[in-house]
Design a protein around this ligand. Structure first.
Ligand SMILES: [Zn+2]
Length: 164
């Protein structure tokens, strides 16, 4: 089933009041930013017929509250790893009470979570170490970028060929 299922991108919230995007292919699900309440995220997933237990990772673009507001409660309730940069995680630990061992530090290169291949890249924003992500699944590609100050050539190159 997961071979033929499409790559889906669902925006649960975007803008200064909170950002949260769901990326899904088959049974593989990741979240990009969790800047709305845990309850809104759980309910939003439920409407998409996704259980929190399916979520393989939370990618955090940067530490501003409209991107992490739901993180503390989510990590308290669910055993999900957080994928972000070391600098971002440091800032998050200053703002929220989060289990220290939940970080999976993003470095160069891509990583595979189920049917999804995720490739982080740096963006320009007034935060510690902000990132966007490319998600590849089969022949599909989605690029998630929020809050970037400057669309650099690097970002344009990353968006190039994006089919969603
Ligand atoms: Zn921001």
């Amino acid at each position: 089933m997961s071979e033929s299922s499409p790559l889906e991108v669902h925006v649960l919230a975007s803008g200064s009041k909170g950002n949260c995007t769901v990326i899904k292919k088959g049974n593989s699900v990741i979240l990009h930013d969790v800047g709305i309440s845990c309850r809104r995220i759980v309910n939003g997933l439920k409407e998409l017929h996704i259980d929190m237990a399916q979520v393989e990772g939370i990618f955090v673009s940067h530490e501003h509250s409209d991107h992490i507001a739901g993180l503390q409660q989510l990590l308290k309730r669910f055993d999900i790893p957080v994928y972000t940069k070391q600098g971002t995680w440091r800032e998050i630990q200053d703002k929220l009470i989060v289990p220290k061992n939940r970080l999976i530090e993003l470095t160069k290169g891509s990583l595979t979570l189920g049917s999804l291949i995720v490739e982080p890249f740096s963006v320009s924003h007034d935060a510690a170490d902000p990132i966007g992500i490319n998600v590849f699944a089969g022949n599909n590609k989605a690029t998630i970028v929020t809050d970037t100050g400057v669309i650099s050539d690097n970002i344009l190159r990353r968006i190039d060929d994006t089919t969603l």
